[in-house]
Design a protein around this ligand. Structure first.
Ligand SMILES: [Zn+2]
Length: 53
């Protein structure tokens, strides 16, 4: 099947370390650790979320 290169990743708030988002990514398109600005309900603001390894 095409598209099986996608890997599930967990996005963690860089401030409170809460695991807020589950997503998947294509490792060929994004070989590096992802950093995404998303709303954190714990911090009650938008923070940088990093991929958990
Ligand atoms: Zn947070």
């Amino acid at each position: 099947m095409a598209g099986t290169a996608r890997t599930q990743v967990i996005l963690i708030c860089s401030e409170c370390k809460e695991q807020n988002y589950f997503t998947d990514k294509n490792k060929k398109l994004h070989p590096d650790r992802m950093e995404v600005k998303k709303y954190c309900p714990t911090c009650k603001k938008t923070t940088v979320h990093r991929e958990k390894k």
